[in-house]
Design a protein around this ligand. Structure first.
Ligand code: SF4
Ligand code: SF4
Length: 193
């Protein structure tokens, strides 16, 4: 199957560092995907949408939020198309275009709180992350129930040493800041609120 480059495939190529147009729809990526049965569109169908310049539909799909980034699709592809990176790019675009479905907004909130925590501290400070995630969720949804959800898990996790009250920040946080700066493209791969 021959395909032509579209604006959508160029945009995804740049973000995912791969070549969408190389995909010839053999379906091996989808056949090996452990999350395929939970997806509304299969990985190869998402790629086909991009080839057809239907980025609007791809970034609104549920499938991109079901992907667990296991990389199986990328390793199976006979054309070396980095399918996992493409789904990553679609998630990124979904956030940038503000079209994440309400079901997955808390996933995005968690990812932002997690990355901001690493950016500030150089490593994860778990209790700070939990507090920040809960507060962001509260201000986003105005739901006290969500704020208090899982509250009883905290003491149990502390007792089992699954949650740590304290951890030091790394000394040279400038290095961490520079890593973030290099990862973030000028048009905003990931932007903190
Ligand atoms: S395995 Fe590769 S070539 Fe085959 S459908 Fe998936 S991305 Fe396309
Ligand atoms: S990286 Fe995502 S799309 Fe690819 S096989 Fe894993 S779960 Fe499926």
């Amino acid at each position: 199957m021959s395909t032509t480059e579209t604006d959508a495939s160029n945009a995804i190529d740049n973000l995912a560092h791969t070549r969408v147009e190389d995909c010839y729809q053999c379906g091996k990526c989808s056949a090996g995907c452990p999350m395929a049965e939970h997806m509304d569109l299969l990985p190869n169908q998402l790629i086909r949408l991009i080839q057809m310049d239907r980025l609007d539909k791809a970034v609104r799909s549920e499938a991109i939020w079901q992907c667990v980034s296991c990389l199986t699709c990328s390793t199976r592809c006979p054309k070396s198309v980095d399918c996992a990176a493409i789904l990553d790019a679609l998630r990124q675009m979904s956030i940038q275009r503000d079209c994440v479905s309400p079901r997955h907004r808390r996933t995005v909130l968690f990812q932002r709180a997690f990355l901001d925590n690493i950016r500030r501290n150089g490593r994860l400070r778990e209790l700070e992350l939990v507090g920040e995630f809960k507060m962001r969720g509260f201000f986003s949804d105005r739901s006290v129930a969500l704020l208090l959800k899982d509250a009883m898990l905290g003491p149990k996790m502390l007792k089992r040493r699954k949650l740590h009250l304290w951890s030091r920040r790394v000394k040279d946080r400038g290095v961490v800041r520079r890593i973030f700066e290099r990862c973030e493209s000028p048009d905003g791969d990931y932007s903190s609120e």
